[in-house]
Design a protein around this ligand. Structure first.
Ligand SMILES: CC(C)(COP(=O)(O)OP(=O)(O)OC[C@H]1O[C@@H](n2cnc3c(N)ncnc32)[C@H](O)[C@@H]1OP(=O)(O)O)[C@@H](O)C(=O)NCCC(=O)NCCS
Length: 173
């Protein structure tokens, strides 16, 4: 069933939506990021991306986490990005539950993060992706700037970035 993007709310991660976000994150980790071996998916969930760690992220405002939330208050997608360092905003995880894909929702979420990067006066947004998703980013103006056969966790990384402006030191100090 198609769910129009207009029926979803785009909001930041907080203590109220944390549990629903984490359910969504776990299910995407096991389904949407199929390029990772199962052992690695479970490692991420048991070590780096535990519920307790996300709680600490909220308390310390560690990352910018943008969520898509449906009418039943269920989190159906997320974009995890940095606040900006050295003028670069980095997207580390991005995904939607399967039934919510290809309806413009990912574009809406990425648009929110691009808006945020402009507010932070970032000059670049960077991410690592794979063949199965690079076309989405190309549609949003990202350029392939490099490729690693074995990058983080031995994965093939397509390194892409979106230029927002020229770097100006006055924007970061
Ligand atoms: C990648 C993802 C976040 C995109 O969000 P989405 O809501 O499905 O994308 P949209 O509907 O906004 O698509 C915008 C455009 O990109 C295209 N597109 C979407 N996903 C694509 C993909 N995986 N590969 C190539 N093009 C894609 C759409 O066809 C659409 O094209 P159009 O403007 O010509 O119609 C989502 O498909 C997803 O969660 N995929 C699984 C997890 C994943 O791979 N995450 C990225 C890890 S780096």
């Amino acid at each position: 069933m198609e769910i129009p993007a207009s029926q979803l709310v785009i909001a930041d991660l907080n203590e109220v939506n944390l549990i629903s976000f984490y359910e969504c994150f776990c299910s995407l980790m096991r389904e949407g990021y199929g390029q990772f071996p199962t052992q690695l998916q479970e490692y991420f969930l048991d070590h780096d991306y535990t519920l307790a760690n996300f709680k600490v992220w909220i308390d310390r405002n560690f990352r910018k986490v943008i969520l898509a939330i449906n009418q039943e208050n269920k989190v159906v997608g997320f974009l995890i990005g940095d606040h900006a360092y050295g003028g670069v905003c980095f997207i580390s995880w991005f995904g939607l539950l399967k039934e919510y894909r290809l309806q413009g929702i990912g574009s809406q979420m990425l648009g929110k993060y691009i808006e945020y990067a402009h507010i932070r006066k970032a000059h670049l947004i960077e991410l690592y992706t794979y063949n199965g998703a690079s076309g989405f980013y190309e549609k949003h103006g990202f350029k392939l700037i490099g490729k690693r056969e074995q990058g983080f966790f031995g994965q093939k990384n397509l390194i892409m970035n979106l230029k927002l402006r020229d770097f100006n030191i006055n924007d970061i100090i």
